[in-house]
Each structure stands twice: as C-alpha cells, then as structure tokens.
Design a protein around this ligand. Sequence first.
Ligand code: PLP
Length: 361
Amino acid sequence: MKVGSHIEKLIPYIPGKPVEELERELGIKSAVKLASNENPLGPSKKGIAMMKKYINSLHRYPEGGCYYLAKKLSEKIKVPMENIMFGNGSNEVLEIIGRTFYESGDEIIFSQYAFIVYKLVAQALGAKYYEVPAKGLAHDLDKIGEHITKKTKIIYLANPNNPTGTMFGRKEFEGFMKKVPENILVVLDEAYSEYVEDKNYPDGLSYLKRYKNLIVVRTFSKIYGLAGLRVGYAVAEKGIIDYMNRVREPFNVNTLAQFAALGALDDEDHIKRTKDLTKEGLEYLYKEFKKLKIDYEKSYGNFVLMKSPVNSMELYNKLLKEGVIVRPVGGYGLPEYLRVSVGLMEENKKFIKALKKILKN
Ligand SMILES: Cc1ncc(COP(=O)(O)O)c(C=O)c1O
C-alpha cells in the first residue's frame, strides 16, 4: 500500500524491553527494568482502590470529558475545568496538539536530544521541523528563539527533558517567552515536574495567565505510577483546549484510567515516598558513578543519563545478560550514553553490582 514519503521515513518508537520478555529470552528470573522511567513503587493504592470500585461499570462507555477527574484536578491545580483536556497518556496530548494546530507549510521546533515524540509527531504530520542544537545536553532557549520564523507554529520544550534529565530555569524561560510571538504555541512538557525541587524551576501552571499561547502538558505515568493505564493532560487557555477537544477521539481515556488517576491525585503518601526514593536512588547512583569514574548528567527527573565507559550497546547487552534492563539512547543521537531509571534501592544496587562486574572483566 502506498504511503506518503513522510510516513515511509518514520522510524517507530522503540519502547523499553518488558521484564517478562527478557526473562523468557535468557531463561532467568528476577530481572529488573530500569528502562522506562516508571515508578518503582508501583501504582498508588488509592488509585487501585478507585479502579476496583469502577470495574463493574466497564460495560458503559467512559465519561467523554473525564468529568470527575477534571473536577478534582481543577480543584487541585486551581485552574477552571474548561482549561483542562485529557489524553490517552501525555503522548496522545502531544500528538493532538500537532493534529489540531498544524497547517500545511507550518514549522515545528524542538531541541536536539529532546523527548523523541516531538519529532515523531512532526514527521507523522509531514511537517518541516528544526532540531535546534543543544547547549551541552540541555535545551538552548536562546538558540531556539533564533530559529523562529514566520512559519513557526509549535515549539515543544521538555522541562525536565528526557533522556538528558536537564532543566531550564525561570529567567531563561521568561526571557524566551518574551521573544515568542503570541501566534506561536509553546508546549511545555512537564512529565517529570513533580520530582523537581529546585526553587528556580519555572512551574508551567503558574505562567498560564501571563502567556496565552502556552500549553502545559503533564502525566499520570511517572510520579503517580499509572503508566500502564495511559492518562495525561494539557492545561491551557480555554480556546486552545476547546479546539483540542474537537480533535480528540470522543472516549480517549478509559474508565479505569480516569478513576485510578482521580484516586492517585490525592495520594500524598505515595507521592512523598516516590520522591524520597528517587532522591535517595539518584544520590546513590551519582556516588557509585563517581567511584567508577563514569560521567553522568545531573538529573531533575527519575532517571540519569550516564556516559558509557565502553561501547554503550555492548554494555547494554551485557547488563541484559545480568538481568538488568536499561535504555540505549542512540536513537536520540547519544550513542555514547545509556539512560538508567531510578528503581527500588535493591534494584539500583543490582544494577551497580552488574556494572562493576562487567567493567572489571
Ligand atoms: C518528557 C516526556 N514527555 C511525555 C512522556 C509520555 O508519557 P505518557 O504518554 O506515558 O504520559 C514521557 C514518557 O516517557 C516523557 O519522558
């Protein structure tokens, strides 16, 4: 079947290897997966309880607009419901933004090493896009600003970014926004915002009144531990949300996902435990990397990018044989690096033990 050349060129997203698949392939047990920036504590118990409550309503279609979840989130983040739109994961939200606002001839901008889905969205649309050179591994907002043309329509920014773990600060963001004309959408992807403790972090939600062309995108996949259910959301000016709601599929977020997210939103204990565990895990990994003289990038998320002291794919494959799954990032143009998600402390220790064993041989 013939497809457009932009579809022909699309390189599919490669997800992290599932634990079960690796165990089956290698005939091993108790492999650990540190490859998809998931929550190692599992889903919020309050989320699970809510899901159980709604399991007997699965013969019904879901709430089309996620009414109860929207209401609860609206109270929590102090933004009217009409300014919120939900997606089947934030990936879908990122895609709906493209499908809603891109018109033939428009250009899309994002940073080198940015989250790969921005490029996939642009490619699927057949859009012209610019990957603006990073500053080290971080977004260079000044340079991104310089790439704006009359045709620019959407700018995707990840803060913190995956896979680099880098963050830009408030001053940098505000300076950038001053330069962006109001007819260009700035999509601030904050999938890891809940992990950030830095006082200089520009919390996107606090800027929505100031910048009418800003869309903040968040997810329940990371700190809330609901990656398997697929719930994410956009917060933006009412008119923007209204257009996106016209484009999304009517029942795009399933019932269990909606109610699990609603339960998880309240689960302060789960959130705190996740943050504490992530902090402890990152500190442990940094300390061990330093001992091994391995370079890494300080991370503001729940993962860390390490520079592999040997061929990264060789190291990745040897780690697999030791029952540890990490993520190669050659597809991001970072062939010398591996991304490691923070796991439970025993998982982090298993990874370091395997790493030491491999590097010794
Ligand atoms: C920066 C960033 N944005 C968005 C996503 C998509 O998350 P989800 O579709 O699970 O909400 C991810 C997932 O890894 C991410 O790292």
